[in-house]
Design a protein around this ligand. Structure first.
Ligand SMILES: Cc1cc2nc3c(=O)[nH]c(=O)nc-3n(C[C@H](O)[C@H](O)[C@H](O)COP(=O)(O)OP(=O)(O)OC[C@H]3O[C@@H](n4cnc5c(N)ncnc54)[C@H](O)[C@@H]3O)c2cc1C
Length: 409
Protein backbone atom coordinates (compact mmCIF):
# COMPACT_ATOMS: atom_id res chain seq x y z
CA UNK A 1 0.00 0.00 0.00
CA UNK A 2 1.34 3.41 -0.91
CA UNK A 3 1.17 6.59 1.17
CA UNK A 4 -0.84 9.11 -0.85
CA UNK A 5 1.57 11.97 -0.03
CA UNK A 6 4.30 12.74 -2.53
CA UNK A 7 7.15 14.12 -0.43
CA UNK A 8 9.57 16.65 -1.85
CA UNK A 9 12.47 14.96 -0.06
CA UNK A 10 12.74 11.56 1.60
CA UNK A 11 15.87 11.04 3.69
CA UNK A 12 16.68 7.39 4.37
CA UNK A 13 18.70 6.97 7.59
CA UNK A 14 18.42 8.86 10.86
CA UNK A 15 22.09 8.98 11.87
CA UNK A 16 24.03 12.26 12.07
CA UNK A 17 24.22 12.56 8.26
CA UNK A 18 20.51 11.89 7.67
CA UNK A 19 19.32 14.11 10.52
CA UNK A 20 21.48 16.98 9.26
CA UNK A 21 20.29 16.45 5.68
CA UNK A 22 16.64 16.42 6.78
CA UNK A 23 17.08 19.60 8.85
CA UNK A 24 18.62 21.49 5.93
CA UNK A 25 16.11 20.18 3.38
CA UNK A 26 13.18 21.21 5.57
CA UNK A 27 14.78 24.61 6.22
CA UNK A 28 14.55 25.29 2.48
CA UNK A 29 10.80 24.75 2.69
CA UNK A 30 10.75 21.22 1.26
CA UNK A 31 8.16 18.77 2.59
CA UNK A 32 10.57 16.28 4.12
CA UNK A 33 10.26 12.81 5.59
CA UNK A 34 13.06 11.01 7.43
CA UNK A 35 12.82 7.22 7.33
CA UNK A 36 14.71 4.76 9.52
CA UNK A 37 14.52 0.98 9.89
CA UNK A 38 14.83 1.25 13.68
CA UNK A 39 12.50 2.63 16.33
CA UNK A 40 15.64 3.68 18.15
CA UNK A 41 17.28 5.52 15.26
CA UNK A 42 20.71 7.15 15.23
CA UNK A 43 22.10 4.63 17.72
CA UNK A 44 25.73 5.37 16.86
CA UNK A 45 25.30 8.88 18.22
CA UNK A 46 24.40 7.27 21.55
CA UNK A 47 27.41 4.92 21.46
CA UNK A 48 29.91 7.50 20.28
CA UNK A 49 32.92 8.46 22.31
CA UNK A 50 32.07 5.80 24.90
CA UNK A 51 28.70 7.58 25.42
CA UNK A 52 30.33 11.00 25.73
CA UNK A 53 29.99 11.79 22.01
CA UNK A 54 33.20 13.22 20.61
CA UNK A 55 31.26 15.31 18.17
CA UNK A 56 33.92 17.30 16.31
CA UNK A 57 37.68 17.32 15.88
CA UNK A 58 39.60 20.31 17.18
CA UNK A 59 41.04 20.92 13.70
CA UNK A 60 40.39 19.66 10.19
CA UNK A 61 43.20 17.88 8.39
CA UNK A 62 41.93 16.27 5.18
CA UNK A 63 45.21 14.32 4.81
CA UNK A 64 44.22 12.18 7.80
CA UNK A 65 41.14 10.86 5.96
CA UNK A 66 41.35 7.64 3.95
CA UNK A 67 39.73 7.24 0.53
CA UNK A 68 40.34 5.36 -2.69
CA UNK A 69 38.56 8.16 -4.54
CA UNK A 70 39.98 11.60 -5.31
CA UNK A 71 41.73 13.20 -2.33
CA UNK A 72 41.06 16.54 -4.01
CA UNK A 73 37.28 15.95 -4.01
CA UNK A 74 37.38 14.82 -0.40
CA UNK A 75 39.27 17.98 0.60
CA UNK A 76 36.84 20.25 -1.27
CA UNK A 77 33.85 18.63 0.41
CA UNK A 78 35.42 18.82 3.88
CA UNK A 79 36.30 22.48 3.45
CA UNK A 80 32.82 23.41 2.25
CA UNK A 81 31.64 23.96 5.82
CA UNK A 82 34.38 25.42 8.03
CA UNK A 83 34.77 23.81 11.44
CA UNK A 84 33.87 26.95 13.40
CA UNK A 85 30.62 27.24 11.41
CA UNK A 86 29.74 23.59 12.07
CA UNK A 87 30.39 24.23 15.74
CA UNK A 88 28.22 27.36 15.65
CA UNK A 89 25.40 25.31 14.05
CA UNK A 90 25.66 22.67 16.79
CA UNK A 91 25.77 25.26 19.57
CA UNK A 92 23.27 27.83 18.28
CA UNK A 93 20.80 25.84 16.17
CA UNK A 94 20.97 22.34 17.67
CA UNK A 95 21.54 23.96 21.07
CA UNK A 96 24.23 21.57 22.26
CA UNK A 97 26.68 22.49 24.97
CA UNK A 98 30.18 21.48 23.88
CA UNK A 99 33.10 21.15 26.23
CA UNK A 100 36.74 20.30 25.76
CA UNK A 101 38.02 17.44 27.90
CA UNK A 102 40.99 18.84 29.84
CA UNK A 103 42.93 15.55 29.63
CA UNK A 104 42.29 14.31 26.09
CA UNK A 105 41.65 17.72 24.50
CA UNK A 106 38.62 16.16 22.76
CA UNK A 107 35.40 18.04 22.13
CA UNK A 108 32.47 16.33 23.87
CA UNK A 109 28.76 17.06 24.23
CA UNK A 110 27.46 17.89 27.70
CA UNK A 111 24.90 15.16 28.34
CA UNK A 112 26.72 12.86 25.88
CA UNK A 113 25.26 11.06 22.88
CA UNK A 114 21.80 11.03 24.41
CA UNK A 115 21.66 14.83 24.45
CA UNK A 116 23.15 15.06 20.94
CA UNK A 117 20.60 12.68 19.41
CA UNK A 118 17.69 14.23 21.29
CA UNK A 119 18.58 17.76 20.19
CA UNK A 120 19.17 16.82 16.54
CA UNK A 121 15.81 15.02 16.44
CA UNK A 122 14.10 17.93 18.15
CA UNK A 123 15.51 20.41 15.64
CA UNK A 124 14.45 18.18 12.72
CA UNK A 125 10.90 17.94 14.06
CA UNK A 126 10.85 21.65 14.76
CA UNK A 127 11.90 22.29 11.15
CA UNK A 128 8.88 20.26 10.03
CA UNK A 129 10.49 16.92 9.24
CA UNK A 130 8.14 13.95 9.53
CA UNK A 131 9.91 11.03 11.21
CA UNK A 132 9.00 7.52 10.07
CA UNK A 133 10.48 4.71 12.20
CA UNK A 134 10.57 0.95 11.59
CA UNK A 135 10.54 1.33 7.84
CA UNK A 136 13.48 -0.53 6.32
CA UNK A 137 13.98 0.52 2.74
CA UNK A 138 14.72 -2.64 0.76
CA UNK A 139 14.04 -1.24 -2.69
CA UNK A 140 14.50 2.09 -4.41
CA UNK A 141 12.23 2.02 -7.43
CA UNK A 142 11.36 4.53 -10.13
CA UNK A 143 13.02 7.92 -10.39
CA UNK A 144 10.29 10.46 -11.14
CA UNK A 145 9.07 10.04 -8.49
CA UNK A 146 11.06 7.50 -6.46
CA UNK A 147 9.32 4.63 -4.66
CA UNK A 148 10.84 3.49 -1.39
CA UNK A 149 9.59 0.05 -0.43
CA UNK A 150 9.85 -1.85 2.86
CA UNK A 151 9.65 -5.68 3.28
CA UNK A 152 5.91 -5.48 4.01
CA UNK A 153 5.53 -3.83 0.56
CA UNK A 154 4.43 -0.48 1.95
CA UNK A 155 5.74 2.36 -0.20
CA UNK A 156 6.72 5.98 0.31
CA UNK A 157 6.91 8.27 -2.72
CA UNK A 158 9.28 11.21 -3.03
CA UNK A 159 10.56 13.50 -5.77
CA UNK A 160 14.04 13.52 -4.26
CA UNK A 161 15.77 10.91 -2.13
CA UNK A 162 18.79 11.32 0.14
CA UNK A 163 20.48 8.07 1.17
CA UNK A 164 22.22 8.36 4.56
CA UNK A 165 22.23 4.72 5.66
CA UNK A 166 25.80 4.41 6.97
CA UNK A 167 28.14 1.54 6.09
CA UNK A 168 28.34 -1.98 7.50
CA UNK A 169 29.91 -1.34 10.89
CA UNK A 170 28.00 -2.13 14.09
CA UNK A 171 25.19 -3.73 12.03
CA UNK A 172 23.00 -4.07 15.13
CA UNK A 173 22.56 -0.27 14.97
CA UNK A 174 20.79 -0.60 11.61
CA UNK A 175 23.62 0.05 9.15
CA UNK A 176 23.85 -3.28 7.36
CA UNK A 177 25.10 -2.33 3.90
CA UNK A 178 21.77 -2.89 2.17
CA UNK A 179 21.68 0.67 0.85
CA UNK A 180 25.08 0.19 -0.80
CA UNK A 181 23.62 -2.89 -2.52
CA UNK A 182 20.69 -0.77 -3.68
CA UNK A 183 23.15 1.73 -5.18
CA UNK A 184 25.12 -1.07 -6.81
CA UNK A 185 21.92 -2.41 -8.34
CA UNK A 186 21.38 1.04 -9.84
CA UNK A 187 24.76 0.97 -11.59
CA UNK A 188 26.81 2.98 -9.06
CA UNK A 189 30.48 2.15 -8.51
CA UNK A 190 31.17 0.97 -4.97
CA UNK A 191 34.68 0.74 -3.52
CA UNK A 192 34.54 -2.64 -1.72
CA UNK A 193 33.72 -1.87 1.93
CA UNK A 194 36.14 -2.86 4.68
CA UNK A 195 36.11 -2.50 8.47
CA UNK A 196 38.12 0.44 9.80
CA UNK A 197 38.97 1.80 13.25
CA UNK A 198 38.88 -1.71 14.72
CA UNK A 199 40.91 -3.53 17.37
CA UNK A 200 43.35 -6.21 16.16
CA UNK A 201 43.22 -9.86 17.19
CA UNK A 202 46.42 -11.28 18.70
CA UNK A 203 48.05 -14.44 17.41
CA UNK A 204 49.79 -15.35 20.65
CA UNK A 205 48.31 -16.00 24.04
CA UNK A 206 51.51 -14.76 25.74
CA UNK A 207 50.38 -11.15 25.60
CA UNK A 208 47.07 -11.93 27.30
CA UNK A 209 48.66 -11.53 30.72
CA UNK A 210 49.34 -7.91 29.80
CA UNK A 211 45.69 -7.14 29.10
CA UNK A 212 44.56 -3.86 30.62
CA UNK A 213 47.95 -2.17 30.30
CA UNK A 214 47.88 1.10 28.37
CA UNK A 215 50.81 3.06 27.06
CA UNK A 216 51.69 5.61 24.39
CA UNK A 217 53.44 4.05 21.42
CA UNK A 218 53.96 4.47 17.68
CA UNK A 219 52.22 1.87 15.54
CA UNK A 220 53.11 1.35 11.88
CA UNK A 221 50.94 -0.98 9.80
CA UNK A 222 52.39 -2.00 6.47
CA UNK A 223 51.12 -4.08 3.57
CA UNK A 224 52.51 -4.60 0.08
CA UNK A 225 50.66 -1.52 -1.16
CA UNK A 226 50.23 0.88 1.74
CA UNK A 227 51.44 2.04 5.10
CA UNK A 228 49.86 3.96 7.96
CA UNK A 229 51.51 5.19 11.11
CA UNK A 230 50.09 6.65 14.30
CA UNK A 231 51.51 7.76 17.61
CA UNK A 232 48.98 7.49 20.40
CA UNK A 233 47.34 5.33 23.03
CA UNK A 234 47.80 1.54 22.92
CA UNK A 235 45.92 -1.04 24.95
CA UNK A 236 46.63 -4.74 25.49
CA UNK A 237 43.27 -6.57 25.47
CA UNK A 238 42.21 -10.16 26.20
CA UNK A 239 41.96 -10.84 22.49
CA UNK A 240 44.77 -8.66 21.16
CA UNK A 241 45.40 -4.95 20.84
CA UNK A 242 43.36 -1.76 20.79
CA UNK A 243 43.63 1.97 21.55
CA UNK A 244 43.77 4.92 19.14
CA UNK A 245 47.15 4.00 17.60
CA UNK A 246 45.84 0.55 16.68
CA UNK A 247 42.38 1.69 15.56
CA UNK A 248 43.79 4.41 13.32
CA UNK A 249 46.08 1.99 11.46
CA UNK A 250 43.89 -1.15 11.46
CA UNK A 251 42.44 -0.47 7.99
CA UNK A 252 45.79 -1.44 6.46
CA UNK A 253 45.31 -4.95 7.90
CA UNK A 254 41.69 -5.09 6.67
CA UNK A 255 42.55 -3.92 3.17
CA UNK A 256 45.50 -6.29 2.89
CA UNK A 257 43.17 -9.17 3.73
CA UNK A 258 40.72 -7.95 1.10
CA UNK A 259 43.52 -7.83 -1.50
CA UNK A 260 45.00 -11.15 -0.32
CA UNK A 261 48.24 -9.42 0.67
CA UNK A 262 50.32 -9.81 3.80
CA UNK A 263 50.22 -7.05 6.41
CA UNK A 264 52.51 -6.52 9.37
CA UNK A 265 52.15 -4.20 12.32
CA UNK A 266 55.22 -2.80 14.08
CA UNK A 267 55.38 -1.03 17.42
CA UNK A 268 57.91 1.40 18.79
CA UNK A 269 57.18 1.14 22.50
CA UNK A 270 58.55 4.54 23.50
CA UNK A 271 59.43 7.80 21.75
CA UNK A 272 63.14 6.94 21.94
CA UNK A 273 65.01 6.60 18.64
CA UNK A 274 67.32 3.68 17.92
CA UNK A 275 70.34 5.92 18.58
CA UNK A 276 68.94 7.09 21.92
CA UNK A 277 68.31 3.49 22.93
CA UNK A 278 71.86 2.57 21.88
CA UNK A 279 73.21 5.21 24.24
CA UNK A 280 70.86 4.19 27.06
CA UNK A 281 71.82 0.53 26.63
CA UNK A 282 75.56 1.20 26.50
CA UNK A 283 76.43 3.87 29.05
CA UNK A 284 76.17 3.91 32.83
CA UNK A 285 75.94 1.33 35.56
CA UNK A 286 72.23 0.56 35.31
CA UNK A 287 70.87 -2.91 34.66
CA UNK A 288 69.23 -3.80 31.34
CA UNK A 289 65.86 -4.19 33.05
CA UNK A 290 66.40 -0.92 34.92
CA UNK A 291 67.00 0.92 31.63
CA UNK A 292 63.77 -0.47 30.19
CA UNK A 293 61.43 0.05 33.13
CA UNK A 294 62.53 3.67 33.31
CA UNK A 295 60.84 4.10 29.89
CA UNK A 296 57.86 1.71 29.91
CA UNK A 297 55.58 -0.35 32.21
CA UNK A 298 57.71 -2.99 33.93
CA UNK A 299 55.43 -5.88 32.90
CA UNK A 300 55.86 -4.97 29.26
CA UNK A 301 59.62 -4.60 29.75
CA UNK A 302 59.77 -8.05 31.39
CA UNK A 303 57.75 -9.57 28.54
CA UNK A 304 60.08 -8.12 25.89
CA UNK A 305 63.17 -9.31 27.75
CA UNK A 306 61.66 -12.76 28.22
CA UNK A 307 60.94 -13.01 24.50
CA UNK A 308 64.68 -12.82 23.76
CA UNK A 309 65.75 -14.61 26.97
CA UNK A 310 67.55 -11.58 28.34
CA UNK A 311 67.15 -10.70 32.01
CA UNK A 312 70.24 -10.24 34.10
CA UNK A 313 73.21 -7.99 33.77
CA UNK A 314 74.24 -4.43 33.34
CA UNK A 315 73.90 -2.55 30.07
CA UNK A 316 77.66 -2.21 29.73
CA UNK A 317 78.03 -6.02 29.59
CA UNK A 318 75.65 -6.44 26.62
CA UNK A 319 77.22 -7.91 23.49
CA UNK A 320 76.66 -5.79 20.40
CA UNK A 321 74.44 -8.38 18.67
CA UNK A 322 72.23 -8.77 21.73
CA UNK A 323 72.01 -5.00 22.14
CA UNK A 324 70.98 -4.61 18.47
CA UNK A 325 68.40 -7.37 18.89
CA UNK A 326 66.92 -5.63 21.93
CA UNK A 327 66.88 -2.24 20.17
CA UNK A 328 64.98 -3.79 17.26
CA UNK A 329 62.45 -5.17 19.72
CA UNK A 330 62.04 -1.79 21.42
CA UNK A 331 61.68 0.30 18.27
CA UNK A 332 60.34 -2.04 15.60
CA UNK A 333 58.47 -4.82 17.38
CA UNK A 334 56.46 -7.06 15.01
CA UNK A 335 53.10 -7.34 16.72
CA UNK A 336 51.77 -10.92 16.52
CA UNK A 337 48.36 -10.29 14.96
CA UNK A 338 46.08 -12.48 12.90
CA UNK A 339 43.45 -10.07 11.59
CA UNK A 340 41.33 -7.10 12.50
CA UNK A 341 38.14 -7.50 14.46
CA UNK A 342 35.67 -7.11 11.58
CA UNK A 343 32.57 -4.98 11.05
CA UNK A 344 30.99 -5.95 14.38
CA UNK A 345 33.48 -3.82 16.27
CA UNK A 346 34.54 -1.37 13.55
CA UNK A 347 33.75 2.25 14.44
CA UNK A 348 33.44 3.01 10.73
CA UNK A 349 33.32 1.44 7.30
CA UNK A 350 36.02 2.22 4.76
CA UNK A 351 35.14 2.13 1.06
CA UNK A 352 31.58 2.79 -0.12
CA UNK A 353 30.23 4.94 -2.92
CA UNK A 354 33.14 6.19 -5.06
CA UNK A 355 33.29 10.00 -4.77
CA UNK A 356 33.42 10.32 -8.56
CA UNK A 357 29.81 9.10 -8.63
CA UNK A 358 28.54 12.31 -7.00
CA UNK A 359 28.56 15.99 -7.79
CA UNK A 360 30.69 17.32 -4.93
CA UNK A 361 28.74 20.59 -4.73
CA UNK A 362 25.36 18.93 -4.17
CA UNK A 363 26.13 15.29 -3.29
CA UNK A 364 23.74 14.37 -6.12
CA UNK A 365 24.37 11.14 -7.96
CA UNK A 366 25.78 11.65 -11.44
CA UNK A 367 24.00 8.49 -12.56
CA UNK A 368 20.53 9.09 -11.20
CA UNK A 369 19.09 12.61 -11.01
CA UNK A 370 17.41 13.64 -7.75
CA UNK A 371 19.23 10.97 -5.75
CA UNK A 372 21.69 12.26 -3.14
CA UNK A 373 24.13 10.34 -0.92
CA UNK A 374 25.87 11.45 2.27
CA UNK A 375 27.71 10.28 5.39
CA UNK A 376 29.46 6.98 5.91
CA UNK A 377 28.00 5.49 2.71
CA UNK A 378 30.64 7.50 0.85
CA UNK A 379 34.19 6.28 0.29
CA UNK A 380 35.90 8.24 3.08
CA UNK A 381 36.60 7.98 6.78
CA UNK A 382 38.80 9.82 9.22
CA UNK A 383 40.75 8.86 12.35
CA UNK A 384 39.06 8.69 15.72
CA UNK A 385 38.46 12.07 17.35
CA UNK A 386 35.26 13.53 15.86
CA UNK A 387 36.33 13.47 12.20
CA UNK A 388 33.58 11.05 11.16
CA UNK A 389 30.74 13.06 12.65
CA UNK A 390 32.24 16.08 10.90
CA UNK A 391 32.07 14.20 7.59
CA UNK A 392 28.45 13.24 8.33
CA UNK A 393 27.46 16.84 9.15
CA UNK A 394 29.27 18.40 6.17
CA UNK A 395 27.98 15.93 3.57
CA UNK A 396 24.52 15.82 5.16
CA UNK A 397 24.16 19.59 5.02
CA UNK A 398 25.31 19.73 1.37
CA UNK A 399 22.84 17.02 0.32
CA UNK A 400 19.94 18.43 2.35
CA UNK A 401 20.41 22.00 1.22
CA UNK A 402 20.73 21.01 -2.45
CA UNK A 403 17.76 18.62 -2.44
CA UNK A 404 15.61 21.07 -0.49
CA UNK A 405 16.47 24.03 -2.75
CA UNK A 406 15.83 22.03 -5.92
CA UNK A 407 12.42 21.02 -4.56
CA UNK A 408 11.17 24.52 -3.99
CA UNK A 409 12.74 26.31 -6.96
C1 LIG B 1 30.99 2.56 18.92
C2 LIG B 1 31.16 3.75 18.02
C3 LIG B 1 31.69 4.93 18.53
C4 LIG B 1 31.87 6.02 17.68
N1 LIG B 1 32.36 7.20 18.21
C5 LIG B 1 32.51 8.28 17.39
C6 LIG B 1 32.92 9.53 17.92
O1 LIG B 1 33.07 9.69 19.15
N2 LIG B 1 33.11 10.57 17.05
C7 LIG B 1 32.91 10.43 15.68
O2 LIG B 1 33.12 11.40 14.92
N3 LIG B 1 32.48 9.26 15.16
C8 LIG B 1 32.26 8.19 15.98
N4 LIG B 1 31.81 7.01 15.44
C9 LIG B 1 31.54 6.95 13.99
C10 LIG B 1 30.19 7.62 13.69
O3 LIG B 1 29.22 7.14 14.59
C11 LIG B 1 29.76 7.34 12.26
O4 LIG B 1 30.77 7.74 11.38
C12 LIG B 1 28.48 8.10 11.93
O5 LIG B 1 27.43 7.72 12.81
C13 LIG B 1 28.02 7.85 10.50
O6 LIG B 1 26.86 8.58 10.31
P1 LIG B 1 25.78 8.20 9.19
O7 LIG B 1 24.63 9.08 9.47
O8 LIG B 1 26.41 8.24 7.85
O9 LIG B 1 25.40 6.67 9.46
P2 LIG B 1 24.83 5.94 10.75
O10 LIG B 1 25.12 6.69 11.99
O11 LIG B 1 25.31 4.54 10.66
O12 LIG B 1 23.24 5.97 10.57
C14 LIG B 1 22.60 5.23 9.57
C15 LIG B 1 21.11 5.13 9.91
O13 LIG B 1 20.46 4.59 8.76
C16 LIG B 1 19.53 3.60 9.15
N5 LIG B 1 19.39 2.66 8.02
C17 LIG B 1 20.37 1.90 7.47
N6 LIG B 1 19.89 1.20 6.41
C18 LIG B 1 18.59 1.53 6.31
C19 LIG B 1 17.56 1.13 5.40
N7 LIG B 1 17.78 0.24 4.40
N8 LIG B 1 16.31 1.63 5.58
C20 LIG B 1 16.05 2.53 6.57
N9 LIG B 1 16.98 2.94 7.46
C21 LIG B 1 18.27 2.46 7.33
C22 LIG B 1 20.12 2.99 10.41
O14 LIG B 1 19.13 2.41 11.22
C23 LIG B 1 20.81 4.20 11.07
O15 LIG B 1 19.94 4.83 12.00
C24 LIG B 1 31.58 5.92 16.28
C25 LIG B 1 31.04 4.73 15.79
C26 LIG B 1 30.82 3.66 16.64
C27 LIG B 1 30.22 2.40 16.07
Amino acid sequence: MSESVLYDVAVVGGGPAGLTAAIFAAKQGAQTILIDSKIDLGQKILLSGGGRCNILPTEVDPTTYVTDSSVHTLRNILRSWPLDEVRAFLESDVKLKLKTDPVSGKLHVTGGGKAARHSLLELAEHAGVKIKRRFQVVRLGGSDPFFLTCPEKRTIRATRVILACGGLSYPQTGSDGLALEILRSREHQIVPPYPALTPLIGARSTHRILSGITMTVTVTARSETEEASCRGGFLFTHRGYSGPAILNTSHVVARARQRREQAQVFVSWTDRTQDEWRTLLTEGKKTIRGALIHEMPDRVADQLLQEISLHEGRVATLEKERRDQLIRLLTNYPLPITRNDGFDSAEVTGGGLHLREIDQKTMQSKRLSNLYICGEMLDAFGPIGGTNFLWAFVTGRRAGEAAGKASVS
